[in-house]
Design a protein around this ligand. Structure first.
Ligand SMILES: *Cc1c(COP(=O)(O)O)cnc(C)c1O
Length: 412
């Protein structure tokens, strides 16, 4: 990785300031911030004229294919603070059989399971930890449903920052173990992710730790926005017709929407946008309920349950940003059942791609949108698979062979 100029070359970051996503109030760059004064996420702003001069399409096409190629549009100023584990560009994989079966153009999966720690949480956390390092943070605490904690643990450990992670006690076992294996202290809590978040908040106050909860620090969005930058570049700077995104805290959806605005300001794309579909599970669908009710904020979803742990988020601090992007794009928020999302995982495996349950949810939601006529069969659709399916339990479909008995080869 030392040979990757994206990580070592002196390149200017064009960050100018931070801004409250609700009130527009300005905050100074390069100092430590949590939420804004009104308790809402802060967004990072750039001198986009400056970026335009330094980062052209042609320049980008000649840089190594990882998320650090967009450095001018990212907050980390000095390469010394980049804490990388190799955040390579993730591939676009078409589901040809899935498409053929529906008489539709094959949906495209952006397979984020190829990133370090096996999920797209790496994009957000590599940025947040690099900035924490730049700003001198010593201990970070965060609540997680699994993948975020794993990515945070890996990068924090690499950066020499102490990491404390709290997760619901039914978090997938592999996540709990990988968090500890990658150097963090991990606690199981008898509650949901927002219950963990409340304890984290109190612990940060008591112990002087930095709160890394989703959207409570400004830089995870900047990391996640690289999904939008990368997707646009991979598609030759053409927007797809629709994006299906498995939505928990919504960082990725908010980040991509921000990326598209920045790309338009840079003149890389026009005013066209994909319709954004926020996908949730029927057992935890606060965004879907708020979308259908036509309101700007989402109430907490009680008794949240779904096998898709990454989207089991009863309450999101960026709710209004998710709903705004979905509505402005002409998309929708859609809920699917656990049975439907698991069946979708099964079906995509028939195209050779093992989705995670949250990724399966996007395929199930695509079906619902197709049936409802929200998406056309000829449209270019991108589904986000946000973690490798290998991190989740799978049904055992194996059979056994007794090597000491006679084997009926015709029956194999
Ligand atoms: C975290 C996570 C999500 C939800 O992402 P947000 O951007 O926080 O909404 C979806 N899928 C997987 C696998 C995740 O780990």
């Amino acid at each position: 990785m030392a040979s990757n100029a994206n990580l070592t070359a002196a390149r200017q970051s064009f960050v100018t300031h931070l801004e409250c996503s609700m009130t527009g109030e300005r905050y100074e760059a390069d100092t430590l911030h949590g939420l804004s004064a009104v308790g809402r996420p802060l967004l990072v702003r750039y001198d986009l004229d400056g970026v335009r001069g330094a980062m052209t399409k042609d320049v980008l096409s000649r840089r190594p294919a990882d998320l650090w190629k967009y450095r001018e549009l990212l907050p980390v100023r000095s390469p010394d603070n980049i804490v990388s584990l190799g955040e390579q560009e993730t591939p676009l994989v078409t589901l040809d059989r899935v498409g053929a079966k529906r008489g539709a153009r094959a949906p495209i999966v952006k397979d984020e399971g190829r990133l370090p720690t096996g999920s797209f949480k790496a994009r957000g956390l590599v940025m947040a930890v690099s900035m924490a390092k730049a700003l001198g943070v010593q201990t970070i605490a965060m609540p997680t449903n699994g993948n975020a904690g794993a990515a945070a643990a890996a990068y924090a450990t690499r950066a020499g920052i102490e990491m404390v992670v709290l997760c619901p006690d039914d978090t997938p076992e592999i996540n709990v173990r990988e968090i500890a294996a990658q150097g963090a202290r991990v606690y199981r809590v008898n509650g949901l992710i927002d219950d963990c978040g409340a304890i984290v908040g109190a612990a940060c106050k008591a112990n002087g730790w930095f709160d890394f909860s989703t959207l409570k620090e400004p830089y995870r969005i900047e990391g996640k926005k690289t999904m939008g930058l990368e997707l646009a570049e991979q598609l030759g700077w053409e927007m797809p017709d629709a994006i299906f995104y498995p939505t928990g805290g919504g960082t990725g959806l908010i980040g991509m929407w921000k990326a598209f605005d920045e790309l338009e300001a840079l003149g890389f794309i026009g005013a066209e946008r994909p319709r954004m579909y926020a996908v949730q599970a029927e057992g935890c669908a606060p965004m879907v309920r708020a979308f259908e009710a036509g309101v700007e904020h989402a109430d907490r979803w009680e008794d949240a349950h779904t096998v898709a742990a990454g989207i089991r988020v009863p309450k999101a601090v960026g709710d209004f940003l998710i709903l705004r992007a979905v509505r402005d794009s002409g998309g929708a928020a859609l809920a699917v059942s656990d049975a439907a999302l698991l069946a979708a995982v099964d079906e995509a495996a028939g195209d050779g791609l093992l989705l995670c349950p949250e990724g399966g949810a996007t395929l199930a939601a695509y079906d619902r949108a197709l049936d409802a006529g929200k998406v056309g069969r000829d449209e270019r659709v991108v589904l986000f698979n946000c973690a490798t399916g290998l991190k989740y339990p799978m049904p055992d479909k194996s059979r056994t062979i007794d090597r000491h008995a006679a084997i009926d080869f015709a029956s194999l």
